[in-house]
Design a protein around this ligand. Structure first.
Ligand code: CUK
Ligand code: CUA
Length: 681
């Protein structure tokens, strides 16, 4: 029998390791009793060692069980069964972790320059960031013309047949109404799109079940073109509009195909969380809202503050947008608005594209169950989750069973004819995820807990449906939560991660700004159990998606000469031996190879004021043989992974001798991996 390299390396130790684990588990199950009776003579020493270690460190037997359930030894990456893609909040980035280890694997530079990835410090990535600000996407300050940060809230993994396919991930910018696309072959950002008519966006970022579209909607509504801002707030209902955006996805590249994209105009109700329908509800998108009062504040002008004005009504509206119908009419019944096809509100009403249903006070969260039948809405000021049923919704629409029309003429379905159940879960329910057994899990912000309850048919009888079955405290102020593949048609169950906003007493002091706290919760037992706390030492994550690790097929090295922006071989890439310098007038083009442990050429001589174009090819084929390229005083930092081609262009406008160098400790002679850019008069 042939051994794998790993088996070969671990050799005979494997047998012994098995015995050790048996002993530890026995010890835990036995409540820390003496190893001799549980594990047998061979493991007595190890068992009592573990007990002694735990005792010395002040750990309980239960802590050891948790450690064993989550520990991933070095060199055993397959023990992390899931990847988590977490929003990076107002860092503008995307974070990747492994589950159950909860180790951070990468922070992906997206909207914000990230120097160690060479993201936004001179390479072509500058152009991606720059293209992410346009005047069609909203007004731009001429004095600060490029947006270099974002408030990322909701990542959305690409899907095929309602399951994650591991190809791409999208993430929106709550602050500026933008969206980015990241390719999961190399975990790098490819495109940032400044969505027209959206000056902000929130929870509306979701992919439809076959990655037909990625949806993104407004949060704070957009000032309509031509409206005088001076009197806009006082005429709120006329001055502002929301937009539900369907960005078509190119099925080969994952990029946005703007020509096939469209928007549906919405009332200015502050649209919030959304989710795409699937299976039974395929073709629909559901969007919550929380300020149908259209309160705009003015607390120093004698008005109530926004939070009071926006909480007056007993109901806000769940929006239901039928994108399948919208697709059919967009060709003939849309108008162009800032480069985007828009289906006007009156057309959306007339064509049966848009409906509303009442949702209880200050809703947050709208999540579609795996079978597509239920839409679960949390109400921040209501201890219940409200569960809508697509079969009831479609029936009510067919019967024109409306309680009224809103002031824009949108039909409002009757609450009782679309809601199949309510579950009293606790204080401050927000977001919901699902497992593989028909249960829903909702975060309780005010109560700092996760509630578990049964949904309806077909998993449960009428008797068993909509029952709270378990609750676990978390620490503290949970926002989102994520179950493994918990928003797909086939959830994996196993774990929920609570994404807690506050961590007060959970960690050693690090000054006045505490980390966010991710808590891994085990779903496999009778009761939910918190297994671990993980501090997130960056901005506040919001939504997170968790995907089975075996769905991700990322590259170890680039095919030779790949341009990371196009993911194709660059015509300017070189192989070993192709190094050269070409002078065209005042432009110097350098074709440089990068490898352990030199840049070739390592001297570049230019005249002050000349344009310098560097084509760098990392000619290595060894995984992990990444090199950096830094030019001091020019604010240039690049990262060139094995096989990668990267380009940088700048004007050598400062005279001097600049020692370019490699920023990654790549080899024993890494320090020698340097050279000169000589800029002379
Ligand atoms: S939101 Cu942050 S906790 Cu932006 Cu999805 Cu609810
Ligand atoms: Cu290349 Cu250090």
């Amino acid at each position: 029998m042939a051994l794998t390299r790993r088996e070969f390396i671990s050799g005979t130790a494997a047998g012994a390791a098995g015995l050790v684990v048996g002993g530890v588990v026995g010890n835990i199950i036995g409540g820390g009793g003496d190893g001799e009776t549980v594990g047998g003579g061979a493991v007595t020493g190890v068992s009592s060692d573990i007990t002694a270690i735990a005792e010395a460190r002040g750990l309980e037997p239960g802590d050891i069980a948790k450690a064993v359930k989550t520990f991933v030894p070095g060199g055993r990456p397959e023990l992390d069964e899931f990847y988590v893609f977490s929003s990076g909040g107002h860092s503008g980035q995307l974070m990747v972790m492994g589950v159950p280890s909860m180790r951070i694997l990468k922070i992906i530079g997206v909207f914000t320059p990230e120097s160690w990835q060479g993201w936004g410090y001179g390479s072509e990535s500058d152009a991606v960031i720059k293209a992410g600000t346009t005047s069609e996407g909203g007004p731009v300050s001429p004095s600060r013309p490029t947006l270099t940060w974002a408030d990322t809230h909701h990542p959305a993994l690409s899907e095929t047949d309602g399951e994650y396919d591991g190809r791409w991930v999208y993430i929106q910018d709550r602050a500026n109404g933008r969206i980015a696309m990241i390719d999961l072959r190399d975990f790098k950002t490819k495109q940032i799109y400044d969505v027209p008519n959206l000056v902000s966006s929130h929870g509306g970022c979701f992919v439809t079940p076959n990655s037909e579209y990625v949806h993104i909607s407004t949060k704070t509504p957009t000032l309509r073109d031509g409206v005088d801002p001076a009197s806009a707030l006082e005429n709120f209902a006329d001055s502002f509009r929301g937009y539900s955006t369907f960005l078509a996805i190119n099925p080969q590249t994952g990029r946005f195909d703007i020509e096939r994209s469209f928007q549906v105009e919405l009332p200015p109700y502050t649209q919030d969380l959304a989710d795409a329908g699937k299976l039974l509800s395929f073709g629909w998108v559901f969007i919550g809202s929380y300020n149908t009062e259209m309160a705009y504040g003015g607390n120093l002008e004698g008005n109530p503050p926004i939070e009071v004005g926006a909480s007056k009504a007993d109901f806000d509206y769940l929006h239901m947008v039928n994108w399948k119908k919208a697709e059919q009419v967009v060709g003939t019944r849309s108008v162009m608005l800032n480069g985007m096809r828009v289906i006007p509100l009156d057309v959306a009403i007339e064509e049966g594209i848009l409906y509303l249903a009442p949702e209880p006070r200050s809703p947050h969260g709208a999540d579609v169950s795996p079978n597509g039948r239920y839409i679960v809405v949390g109400g921040k000021l209501d201890p219940h989750v409200t569960i809508y049923d697509i079969e009831m919704i479609e029936k009510a629409i067919a019967a024109q069973d409306f309680e009224a029309h809103d002031q824009y003429g949108i039909p409002i379905l009757r609450f009782d004819s679309v809601v199949s159940g309510r579950v009293e879960v606790g204080a401050g329910p927000l977001h919901t995820q699902f497992d593989d057994k028909g249960y829903g899990y909702t975060s309780l912000f005010l109560e700092s807990a996760v509630a578990k309850y049964s949904l309806g048919a077909p998993d449960f009888t009428a008797e068993e449906s909509y029952k709270l079955v378990d609750k676990v405290p978390v620490h503290y102020n949970i926002g989102h939560l994520v179950a493994m593949e918990g928003d797909t048609v086939k959830p994996a169950g196993k774990y929920v991660i609570a994404l807690n906003k506050w961590s007060i007493d959970r960690y050693a002091g690090i000054g006045t700004l505490n980390p966010q706290n991710f808590q891994l919760v085990d779903l496999t037992g009778e009761k939910m159990e918190v297994l671990s706390d993980t501090p997130i030492g960056m901005a506040e994550p919001h939504y997170v998606q968790a995907i089975r690790a075996d769905r991700i097929k990322s590259w170890d090295v680039y095919p030779p000469g790949t341009d990371q922006l196009t993911m194709q071989p660059s015509p300017h890439a070189i192989a070993d031996g192709g190094e050269r310098i070409e002078q065209n007038g005042t432009t110097t083009e350098v074709y440089m190879s990068v490898k352990r442990s030199n840049f070739k050429p390592d001297i570049i001589r230019v005249k002050k004021g000349d344009r310098l174009v560097l084509h760098l090819t990392n000619v290595e084929v060894t995984p992990d043989a990444t090199h950096g390229f830094a030019v001091p005083r020019y604010n240039i930092s690049m990262s060139i992974d094995p096989g990668e081609y990267a380009r940088i262009e700048f004007v050598a406008d400062v005279e001097g001798a600049f020692a370019m160098y490699c920023t990654e400790f790549c080899s024993a002679l890494h320090l020698e991996m340097q050279g000169w850019i000589i800029v002379s008069a």
